[in-house]
Design a protein around this ligand. Sequence first.
Ligand SMILES: NC(=O)c1ccc[n+]([C@@H]2O[C@H](COP(=O)([O-])OP(=O)(O)OC[C@H]3O[C@@H](n4cnc5c(N)ncnc54)[C@H](OP(=O)(O)O)[C@@H]3O)[C@@H](O)[C@H]2O)c1
Length: 246
Amino acid sequence: MSNIKDKVVIITGASSGIGEATAKELTSKGAKLVLAARREDRLEKLQKEIQNNGGQAIYKVTDVSSHEQMEELAFYALEEYGKIDVIVNNAGVMPLSPVYQKKIKEWDTMIDVNIKGVLYGIAAVLPSMRERKEGHIINVSSIAGHLVFPAGSVYSGTKFAVRAITEGLRIEEASNNIRTTIISPGTITTELLETITDLELKSAIVEDSKIGIEPASIARAIVFAIEQPSDVAINEMIVRPTIQEL
Ligand SMILES: NC(=O)c1ccc[n+]([C@@H]2O[C@H](COP(=O)([O-])OP(=O)(O)OC[C@H]3O[C@@H](n4cnc5c(N)ncnc54)[C@H](OP(=O)(O)O)[C@@H]3O)[C@@H](O)[C@H]2O)c1
């Protein structure tokens, strides 16, 4: 039997793309899900689909850039399910642009969602995981957390930060038996490009992203990390389309 059965898993950014695919993959293995994102209609639809297939899922509308809302999300999970085994800090935005364009608001949003959102997610689940001496924190970085591409300075900055924070957390929490995993996807076919406001840049990136693979590819990597025995930590994975060079 899969050791994912009955694990309580919080997924941020569950309303589309990688988060939604991860929810579907995990529910097929018997996890109890706590779905979070801002678009309630999408969360409700996904919850219904999971429940119709015999799975267990609750949802809470959450903006990951709010520390209070992330604390409330963790509280809701503990209240409903009694424990938190795993959090997948997946919510992210990618409004790419070259630095000279000074899209300050977009920089702020990337920092708030991609970095602070991950930190708030960690902060919200850590006390109960430390108490139980058990838990798994999975943070979604990117290939852009390993390499820097044109127009990706700020986005890459946020994704390098996710890797640094996760590695620091690994070292700090190893003695508390808390596992950490960094997942770095390459090009995946999702709605992520919709956050790019520079239309010329967007159409070039849409063209490049035609090599993208399905979000389920990342969901399977997340499942692999979770289903290991508790003394085995898959600390880092890069998952690209086979034909992606960089
Ligand atoms: N697609 C790729 O090629 C790729 C490659 C490398 C890494 N990634 C990373 O993978 C993660 C998932 O992205 P995706 O590709 O699946 O894109 P996506 O389909 O656009 O999903 C992004 C998710 O993040 C949520 N989100 C955005 N801002 C939020 C906020 N303030 N609070 C709560 N949720 C928020 C969105 O939900 P709401 O809008 O409903 O809130 C959505 O569910 C991101 O961290 C992204 O950087 C993606």
